[in-house]
Design a protein around this ligand. Structure first.
Ligand code: PEP
Length: 251
């Protein structure tokens, strides 16, 4: 059965001491969250080791926000999947639209990143989503379908057990504009069918598909009530432990 997941993406926010305090507050609040809702916090690379100590022994899992598309070597400034795994984190986000938009992350690079993450024992939260122009042109199904096919169709059904998908319409990220529950549900259902087409119905049913884009305590309940929405990837609201926990309590 697929997991319900509420994952926070801190992006490039907080210093290390601030991040440690935020993680402590999330761990404290997690005590109230039902056991069937998995909590994940994705922090900047610099925060992973100290935050791993904070979440150790708690129900909160730790994620990175990206990893290198190369195994190791002369790639100055990059952080490999093996390095991430050695910090104690269990997940990495890959393919966030900010990385696709500002850092030239292509589907081909993402295939390499997903391969390396899985090979190093990390689970992956793969982001897909259309931008405003694509939405207005009615191309959202095509764009998301292609992102899924270009990346995930290179993997096996067994590997899919270690992959979570996050549908994040780019026009809703950090803009305060949320997709309506109906808009989100129709794409989530479509993504599930796209997974079923390649891997079969059971794998599709077992894959968690999260919604991301201005999700907050006031709209989480309606979004999470949709049949194919299995939780959220939360940006801005994850920087306040109370809001993040309130979103998790919306289930
Ligand atoms: C995100 O960047 O993953 C995200 C969903 O951001 P926000 O919640 O701030 O829109």
């Amino acid at each position: 059965m697929r997991k319900k997941i509420v994952a926070g993406n801190w992006k490039m926010n907080t210093t290390v001491p601030e991040g440690v305090e935020l993680a402590k507050a999330v761990v404290a609040g997690a005590a109230n969250v039902p056991a069937d809702v998995k909590l994940i916090i994705a922090t900047p690379f610099t925060h992973l080791c100290p935050v791993a100590e904070v979440v150790k022994g708690s129900v909160v899992a730790l994620s990175a926000e990206n990893c290198a598309d190369k195994e190791k070597g002369a790639y100055t400034g990059e952080v490999s999947a093996a390095m991430l795994a050695s910090t104690g984190c269990q997940y990495t986000i890959l393919g966030h639209s900010e990385r696709r938009q500002y850092y030239g992350e292509t589907d081909a690079k993402l295939v390499e990143k997903v391969k390396l993450a899985l090979a190093n024992g990390l689970d992956v939260i793969l982001c897909v989503g259309e931008n405003l122009e694509e939405r207005e042109a009615g191309k959202h199904f095509e764009v998301c379908g292609n992102q899924i096919k270009n990346v995930l169709y290179n993997f096996t059904a067994e590997e899919m057990a270690h992959i979570v998908i996050a549908y994040e319409p780019v026009w809703a990220i950090g803009t305060g504009k949320t997709a309506t529950a109906e808009q989100a549900e129709e794409i989530h259902a479509f993504i599930r069918i796209t997974i079923a087409d390649k891997f079969g119905v059971q794998v599709a049913e077992d894959t968690s598909i999260l919604y991301g884009g201005s999700c907050k305590p006031s709209n989480a309940k309606e979004l999470f009530a949709q049949k194919d929405i299995d939780g959220g990837l939360i940006g801005g609201a994850a920087l306040k432990a109370d809001d993040f926990i309130a979103i998790a309590l919306s289930y």
